[in-house]
Ligand binder design. Structure first.
Ligand SMILES: [Zn+2]
Length: 473
């Protein structure tokens, strides 16, 4: 039986595979759901030919941390501290999400990602107010058509009217995560994989964290996504969750430590030695006072690290901005050392190519999918994007890596394939009714906004439950 073939012809191919040279003019052949060949002037019969002349062809971006459900909460957090975010979104807006809001946030948010060439997202999904929310959030990702690790969120969002923290039993979530694992996500073949997002791991006693991690392992979660080591926000956690996980022999390749800004050199060594990984989300970390991104230190320590967007209630959902921010942050940190000694840089050590690798292959390694995605390597799954260099912001952009890091926007993404399936072609998502989605997102936002404005936030801030959740007392 012959498989569907697509030949991406004549683009500037960035393979992100050190064993396969980049090709200033080259072809990529997709057959079924895999990359069949990469080379110059491939001769193929019976293939749909896509003219990629002048475009950059590269692997799709891998976002290792996103709360996709917040898509209709755009701009809410754009001037927020982490405490503002915890109070208003995690304890406020989230409580009013209905299952259809969870679907819509995830569906529209996953489309936003795909439109921008982000072919894989780790969805840290802590909007699961009921089993129906779980079904709908997962359906949203699936219907959008991207690759994802869907991390079942164990965080118990509070109820309102009247506000109650204490009567909210979170234990049903464990049974429900098991239900999803046995049903909708029983397969480990993707493109959507089962993951787990423990409740905030720096809040409870470590034994409770260990239990959730063991649970994730028991159900075979691909990724166990944990927010950790966020500077002053985590200062009360001694020893750190990372150290405790290491001591308890629970640090492993399925553990994804999100942020990790204040991880020590010793802890980075533990992360490396146990095969765990880090997700850095530079824009949110810098804004919210979590510390400088750990990217450079993690790379120097030899630890696996990917980039993430994090909260789409704060920033847009493409990977161009996180790449830029990560690069600027690292260069700033390097140059600051010289500046303090009245010296000047001779060469920028952290290059565009380095950050592009982190945003693709680095992310794939961080979530244990590096044998399947992250580079244009024959035999890997065909998650491929083409980026035009014909817009006002990309014309004349000769260097393909710098084009992606410093100039491109989602509007420059011409084509996207996930698992060999065309998701975007000629600059448009296929089979997507954009006006109807836009209308639904606005309607959802308007309702959530009305409900949120009815709560007394000051009263919420002073409740014992909030104080405990935020400050551990
Ligand atoms: Zn997060």
């Amino acid at each position: 039986m012959s498989s569907r073939r697509t030949l991406i012809r004549g683009g500037h191919v960035l393979t992100i595979d050190p064993s396969i040279p980049d090709l200033p003019v080259g072809d990529v052949l997709i057959e079924g759901n895999v990359i069949q060949a990469v080379g110059p002037n491939l001769q193929v019969a019976d293939a749909e030919v896509v003219d990629a002349k002048g475009m950059v062809v590269c692997p799709g971006f891998v976002d290792t941390h996103r709360h996709t459900w917040q898509t209709q909460l755009r701009t809410v957090a754009s001037d927020y501290t982490l405490s503002d975010y915890g109070l208003n979104i995690r304890l406020g807006y989230s409580s009013f999400y209905e299952p259809q809001d969870a679907f819509l946030g995830n569906y529209a948010g996953a489309l936003e990602a795909l439109n921008a060439g982000v072919t894989t997202i780790v969805d840290h999904c802590h909007i699961l107010n009921s089993p129906e929310h779980a079904d709908e959030a997962l359906r949203g990702l699936r219907e959008a058509g991207g690759r994802a690790v869907w991390c079942y969120g164990l965080f118990p969002n509070p109820k309102h009217h009247p506000f109650r923290f204490d009567d909210f039993d979170p234990s049903w979530r464990l049974d429900d995560a098991r239900r999803i694992r046995k049903g909708a996500l029983a397969s480990d073949d993707g493109p959507v994989y089962m993951g787990l997002a423990p409740a905030e791991v720096e809040k409870p006693a470590f034994e409770a964290v260990a239990e959730e991690v063991r649970f994730g392992r028991e159900i075979g979660a691909k990724v166990i996504s944990c927010h950790v080591a966020m500077g002053g926000h985590s200062v009360h956690v001694r020893p750190s969750v990372t150290t405790n996980l290491g001591r308890a022999l629970l640090l492993g390749p399925d553990i994804l430590l999100v942020h990790g800004n204040s991880l020590s050199r010793h802890e980075l060594g533990m992360v490396r030695d146990h095969g765990a990984a880090i997700s850095a989300t530079p824009e949110i970390e810098v804004q919210m006072g979590m510390g400088r991104p750990i990217l450079g230190a993690a790379l120097r320590a030899g630890a696996k690290i990917g980039l993430g967007v994090d909260i789409v209630s704060n920033i847009g959902g493409d990977m161009f901005h996180p790449m830029r921010s990560a690069l600027v942050e690292e260069r700033g940190a390097d140059n600051d050392v010289l500046f303090k000694n009245d010296q000047i840089p001779r060469r920028l050590e952290f290059r565009c190519r380095d950050v592009l690798r982190v945003a693709t292959m680095g992310g794939a390694e961080a979530i244990g999918l590096d044998s399947k995605i992250g580079s244009l390597t024959p035999g890997k799954k065909a998650d491929v994007i083409c980026v035009r260099r014909t817009s006002f912001n990309t014309m004349g952009a000769w260097d393909p890596e710098a084009t992606l890091v410093h100039y491109a926007t989602p509007n420059d993404v011409d084509s996207v394939w996930v698992d060999g399936r065309a998701i975007k072609r000629n600059g448009a998502l296929l089979g997507v009714q954009q006006p109807s989605i836009v209308e639904q997102v606005w309607a959802s936002r308007e309702r959530l906004e009305r409900q949120y404005r009815e709560i007394n936030i000051d009263q919420l801030r002073s409740t014992k439950g909030y104080q405990r959740e935020n400050y551990g007392n």
